[in-house]
Design a protein around this ligand. Structure first.
Ligand code: NAD
Length: 274
């Protein structure tokens, strides 16, 4: 798959290419990916916007600032495409951060999940993170860098979208696998598990039920849903030096959803304090 970056534009006078720190954000053209990319520009010299939709990534690079932001068309479910993206990223500097953010869900229930959908959701939400990590692991060893995997509350509870959820649960395990096996190289691996975020991924559900976000927020202890910037802030923290002793964890960014539900606590306790 062709890259959309014009590498001649990213020459930074006075800074050798090898000393530039590069963050790769997959699915960067989506709403959460965009926020993460912007946030990681604090702490990285170059942000690779890797997305299946190369044109959207290219538009985002133009908007955020070509040079610091470099669009690369990449299908993270295809090993050859991931390898080409990793090679292009290596030409920009040293990868210090990989954010496996590309993801998405198809079937909403097990009863409508075909084997094909099961495999595709696993390829995008689990296997792709493995492919991307293996493709850049040598650079992460060199930089003693880190991986942040974007999981979901669906990784730890049942909220619909079964194949996606099983894949996200696997992604948490992949996070721990990397943390334990690669810790000796100084590589850290962590995950964030967002709750509901209003993004394009919700477009069909929001069309079917325009009240879907209002209905969702009553289940959240903070009585609101999550913003892309909330996720981006957590990623920035986990990728940065303040988290240098943190590896193998999953940080929920879910406005309290996985802590419990006040309505249920009210029923169980018969206390109006909830
Ligand atoms: N939106 C939510 O409520 C929510 C909640 C929890 C977790 N998440 C997770 O956050 C991440 C981002 O989700 P979002 O809501 O911003 O989604 P989105 O649909 O807005 O963006 C997803 C991006 O991934 C890209 N993409 C899809 N397939 C790809 C592929 N094969 N290779 C490369 N790029 C590909 C798309 O082109 C798109 O730009 C996902 O991993 C998702 O599972 C989202």
């Amino acid at each position: 798959m062709a890259t959309t970056a014009n590498f001649s534009e990213i020459d930074m006078p006075g800074q050798a290419r090898s000393t530039r720190s590069v963050a790769i954000v997959t699915g960067a053209a989506g709403d959460i990916g965009r926020a993460i990319s912007l946030r990681l520009s604090d702490g990285h010299d170059v942000i690779v916007l890797a997305d299946l939709d190369g044109e959207a990534a290219g538009r985002l690079a133009c908007e955020l600032g070509e040079g610091r932001f470099v669009a690369i068309a990449c299908d993270v479910t295809e090993a050859a495409s991931v390898a080409a993206m990793a090679t292009a990223a290596a030409g920009l500097g040293t990868v210090t951060t990989l954010v496996n953010n590309a993801g998405g869900a198809r079937a909403v229930s097990l009863q409508e999940t075909t084997p094909e959908v099961w495999r595709r959701d696993n390829a995008l939400n689990l296997e792709a993170a493995f492919l991307c990590f293996r493709a850049v692991e040598d650079m992460l060893k060199e930089s003693r860098g880190s991986v942040v995997n974007i999981a979901s509350v669906n990784a730890v509870g049942i909220f619909g979208h079964p194949a996606y959820s099983a894949a996200k649960a696997g992604l948490l395990h992949l996070t721990r696998l990397i943390a334990v096996e690669y810790g000796k190289f100084g590589i850290r691996a962590n995950a964030v598990a967002p709750g509901t975020v209003r993004t394009h991924a919700w477009a069909a559900r929001a069309r079917a039920n325009p009240q879907v976000f209002e209905e969702a927020q009553r289940w959240y202890p903070l009585q609101r849903i999550v913003n892309p910037e909330d996720v981006a802030n957590a990623v920035h923290f986990l990728a940065g030096p303040q988290a240098s002793a943190i590896t193998g964890v999953c940080l929920p960014v879910d406005c309290g959803l996985t802590a419990g539900q006040a309505e249920l606590a009210r029923t169980f306790s018969q206390s109006s304090h909830y």
